[in-house]
Write a protein that binds this ligand. Structure first.
Ligand SMILES: [Zn+2]
Ligand SMILES: [Zn+2]
Length: 343
């Protein structure tokens, strides 16, 4: 019985190309009580591997969080299998707008402590006592209400390239940080204001809304399915789109354009740009915003020193990296002293 991948990413990419089949990029999550995570993990891997499903799936005692690429022709079978699992019956699937055949190149199903690394170790609140789910129509109405406080629950590098009009976008590196900042900001309005929150696909709000209710907020709402589902509904029902710019996503596409507004700037020259890149120097890999002109001048690097290192022969770069883990230890995202327009 095959429980793990046998093909390399490269072999897989070639296979996908040869097959030329249409694939759907799908994500879903569910907070639920899973007792034997390893057995559940193996069960999913066996079924999904048979269907040629690819992706990254986290399973924990608190639930499941999955990002997948499914062959379009197998979608029916895939869905029927999900519905056969009691707590996943009719789970809402986010289907990406930009259909991409190479979103994922392997099937990785991992057992973790948590389905989202949220840094929240507060066990005193009930994560199933969440806020009120709203769809795009209701969300559009709610955020026009003067009693509403609209909060973006994502990190700074995500909201930087796209967010809802009039949203509070905390300048934070982690979900945990934003929880405290927002609570402090709204401390005097726990009962009179409507706290409306959103994130990429809704999962962070599932927990955040339960957390804020636990902290005494009386009117907590969350955009069901996040920006991804909002965008789908806006298109399908021809609603007014209130999201500006791009939705940052966590696969190789990095983002999906939702509106034509470019609300960010190149971190190196400051001109309007909302294209995230990773520094070409392997030892750096900094995520930042770089325009095409700067990419050319800087050879896709974030700094002159990275440019120098990146120009060295590969073996020399490897030798330089040896024993130096410091720069790679923190998965740096969107901030650096070397970036003139984003410290
Ligand atoms: Zn630039
Ligand atoms: Zn760099």
């Amino acid at each position: 019985m095959q429980l793990y991948n046998t093909l390399s990413a490269k072999e897989r990419e070639q296979l996908i190309e040869e097959a030329g089949k249409e694939r759907l990029t799908i994500s879903f999550y569910k907070y639920a009580h899973i007792k034997n995570t390893q057995i559940f993990r193996n069960h999913l891997f066996i079924h999904w591997n048979e269907l040629d499903v690819l992706g990254r799936i986290y399973i924990a005692h608190e639930g499941i969080n999955a990002q997948l690429s499914v062959p379009a022709e197998s979608f029916g079978v895939f869905k029927a299998h999900l519905d056969s699992i009691s707590f996943l019956e009719n789970v809402r699937l986010n289907i990406a707008i930009e259909q991409d055949n190479k979103s994922f190149l392997k099937l990785k199903v991992k057992v973790r402590d948590k389905i989202v690394a949220d840094g929240l170790n507060d066990e005193t609140f009930d994560v199933t006592d969440k806020g009120i789910h709203v769809d795009a129509t209701r969300f559009n109405k709610l955020i026009e209400d003067p009693d509403t406080v609209l909060v973006d629950m994502r990190n700074h590098y995500e909201s930087e390239i796209g967010h809802f009009k009039n949203a509070i976008t905390p300048d934070v590196d982690t979900f945990r940080d934003s929880l405290d900042i927002i609570e402090a900001d709204l401390a005097d309005n726990k009962e009179d204001k409507k706290l409306v929150m959103y994130c990429t696909g809704g999962i962070r709000c599932e927990k955040a809304s339960a957390y804020y209710k636990h902290k005494g907020f009386k009117n907590v709402y969350q955009l069901e399915g996040g920006i991804i589902e909002y965008t789908r509904q806006v298109k399908a029902e021809q609603l007014e789109n209130k999201f500006m710019g791009k939705n940052f996503v966590f696969d190789h596409r990095r983002s999906e354009r939702i509106s034509n507004d470019v609300i960010a700037n190149c971190h190196q020259c400051g001109k309007p740009c909302d294209t995230h890149v990773n520094c070409a120097n392997e030892a750096c890999h900094l995520l930042f915003i770089q325009c095409a002109d700067c990419a050319e001048v800087m050879n896709d690097c974030c700094s002159d020193s990275c440019k120098e290192i990146n120009a060295l022969p590969f073996e020399e770069q490897k030798r330089l990296r040896k024993g130096k883990h410091a720069s790679n230890k923190i998965f740096k995202k969107g901030r650096s002293e070397v970036l003139k327009f984003k410290k």
